[in-house]
Design a protein around this ligand. Structure first.
Ligand code: SF4
Ligand code: SF4
Length: 128
């Protein structure tokens, strides 16, 4: 039987999707282009910007972001109505593997929700 994960993304408002840098590989870009029926060049213009040289190992690009009421900014593909990934089948490589162990934000969220007796609380952060 598969081991239960120590976090539950379906109960989380998507904090990790608000990270400043969500790396995009060439393969991710192709997958996105196919998902939206665009050319790779069009997808590149629309969805990503150039990543920092130090993040190159995770992908040469990063996802453009949009405003978010809870975390300041968030991945442009985030579904803000349902607080989940809006391109799940075409999500980035890094989104498929993160986090590898425990999720620090989820631990914090559980404590804040219990302390404030609010199961829907969106625990704030200093991310912008
Ligand atoms: S912050 Fe953690 S629990 Fe929330 S969506 Fe990301 S991985 Fe899942
Ligand atoms: S592609 Fe999906 S899972 Fe990845 S950061 Fe964007 S919204 Fe989140």
């Amino acid at each position: 039987m598969a081991k239960k994960k120590p976090y539950d993304c379906s109960k989380c408002p998507g904090y990790c999707c608000s990270y400043h840098i969500i790396p995009v590989t060439e393969k991710d870009l192709k997958r996105l282009a196919d998902h939206f029926g665009l050319s790779v060049e069009a997808a590149k213009k629309k969805f990503v910007t150039k990543g920092r040289p130090e993040d190159k190992k995770d992908g040469p690009y990063k996802i453009r972001r949009k405003a978010d009421e809870h975390f300041g900014k968030i991945c442009r593909f985030f579904d803000q109505e349902n607080r989940r990934c809006g391109v799940y089948t075409a999500r980035m490589t890094i989104c498929r593997t993160y986090p590898s162990g425990r999720c620090g934000y989820y631990e914090f969220l559980k404590i804040e929700r219990a302390t404030q007796d609010d199961k829907d609380l969106v625990a704030g952060t200093w991310n912008d």
